[in-house]
Design a protein around this ligand. Structure first.
Ligand code: PHE
Ligand code: NA
Length: 450
């Protein structure tokens, strides 16, 4: 209670923070290898359709809900529909944000460690351990202590920014980070194209394998990637838009955020694959691509490669940081309101709980690797699967149904800022029918793969 709720200082502050949430580890490596495995340009086409037809309406629904209710992801539902069970959607989202941050912080910690190793010389030459860069990476992530220290440092930075609040913390951090990231990724992509693997790298990313269009799994992969990449279904966009004043228009904001996120993914692919092909690396190496293949490439480049490596891991860590901030803010906003605590205490308590919650994911790669909660997945992969593939679509589905069906027609048209136009009508009906059906199909598919 007490103080009035904070607001963004400007519309651009809000948009940059939302772009910061969206642009993350998902754009830099997940998009690239998912695209590569699912038909290259054919996947890109389906992905763009998913982003426009599902991502845009769901992001609009989250924005409409947050801006209208001016509250956290749970109370936004209860305020507008008291006594109804819709708030469960917000609860699942906030829980998903918490869970995702537990392991996101682990991987971000690895990235921070690599950045510091490029600063201090640890990765300037092939590490003197068996298997070189691969051995170095495996030794590091299976160590019971060191990765947890880096995770702690990364989480401390995240907590510090969230403690500073909306304007002074989140908005300022993103105003610095986002333009820096945009410049870096474009520079690194341009450099990568000069390394001699441009043809193959671009073909990998853009050459269409049209047979992919007949594979149902490609559509599911595209939609899963769209949810993850746009930070939908975890209360983040509801929370961020709740600090937005009513006069700020939503459709152009959602369009800009989606445009930047997609552009960033494509440019990141242009940054990674030409370099990978130029040096004979494996393009679908997954997480190892970033932590094993790329350091090998940076070393082959020679002296300048150290600078490229330094910039790359700065980019990777900073992208993870702006996403982590949004993941922490969603549960923090909820706890501040629910338990009437101040921001500093709340961010500290929730952040420390997230950190502690991430320790099993880190240990699960090394000493606890025998623990496989879901099929043969280790702890981190199990949490990733449940949160990313089950909780996000479910929370997104509930949000789409709530805004689409529990709100009146005129309310939807008005709150979407589209009005009673052709576009407004199209939005209304896309949100009401195809969006929930698509998400439901994907949800059932994912749940059946447990
Ligand atoms: N959207 C982020 C990305 O592409 C991932 C993310 C997931 C961010 C969950 C916040 C929450 O990497
Ligand atoms: Na993204």
């Amino acid at each position: 209670m007490g103080q009035p709720r904070e607001q963004w200082a400007s519309r651009w502050g809000f948009m940059l923070a939302a772009v910061g949430s969206a642009v993350g580890l998902g754009n830099i490596w997940r998009f690239s290898y998912v695209a590569g495995e699912n038909g290259g340009a054919a996947f890109l086409l389906i992905y763009v359709l998913c982003v426009l037809l599902i991502g845009f309406p769901v992001m609009m629904a989250e924005f409409m809900l947050g801006r209208r209710a001016q509250s956290d992801a749970v109370e936004s539902f209860t305020k507008l529909a008291p006594g109804k069970p819709w708030f469960i959607g917000g609860g699942i989202g906030v829980a998903a944000a918490f869970i995702i941050l537990t392991f996101y912080g682990v991987i971000a910690g690895w990235s921070l460690k690599y950045f510091v190793a490029y600063l201090t010389g640890g990765l300037w030459d092939t590490p003197a351990v068996e298997d070189g860069f691969a051995g170095y990476f495996v030794n590091f992530i299976t160590d019971p202590v060191e990765p947890i220290i880096w995770q702690a440092i990364f989480m401390a930075i995240t907590i510090g920014i969230v403690i500073l609040g909306i304007k002074q913390g989140i908005e300022k951090a993103n105003k610095f980070l986002m333009p820096t990231l945009a410049i870096l990724v474009v520079l690194l992509a341009a450099y990568s194209l000069t390394l001699g693997g441009a043809r193959e790298g671009l073909a990998f990313l853009f050459a269409p394998d049209w047979s992919a269009l007949t594979e149902p799994s490609v559509y599911l992969a595209a939609m899963g990637q769209a949810f993850f990449s746009l930070s939908l279904g975890m209360g983040v966009m509801i929370t961020y838009s709740s600090y937005l004043a009513e006069q700020h228009k939503l459709p152009s904001a959602a369009g800009t955020i989606i445009g930047f996120d997609t552009l960033f993914a494509v440019i990141a692919g242009v940054m990674i694959f030409p370099a990978v092909f130029a040096f004979g690396g494996e393009a679908d190496a997954g997480p190892g691509l970033v932590f094993i293949t790329l350091p090998g490439i940076f070393e082959s480049i020679g002296g300048f490669g150290i600078i490229v490596g330094l910039l790359f891991f700065f980019l990777f860590t900073a992208a993870a940081l702006s996403s982590a901030i949004s993941l922490l803010e969603a549960p923090v906003a909820y706890v501040i309101r629910k338990f009437n605590l101040n921001r500093k205490v709340t961010a500290l308590i929730v952040g420390v709980l997230v950190f502690v919650g991430g320790i099993p994911s880190s240990l699960g790669i090394g000493v606890l690797s025998g623990v496989t909660p879901l099929a043969d997945r280790d702890i981190l992969d199990s949490l990733d699967y449940i949160s990313g593939n089950i909780m996000l679509p479910l929370a997104g589905l509930i949000t789409a149904l709530f805004v689409g069906w529990a709100w009146s027609r005129s309310e939807i048209l008005k709150q979407s800022d589209l009005g009673d136009s052709g576009l407004g009508q199209a939005f209304l009906w896309i949100l009401r029918i195809p969006v929930p059906i698509f998400i439901a199909i994907v949800f059932i598919w994912m749940a059946s793969q447990l």
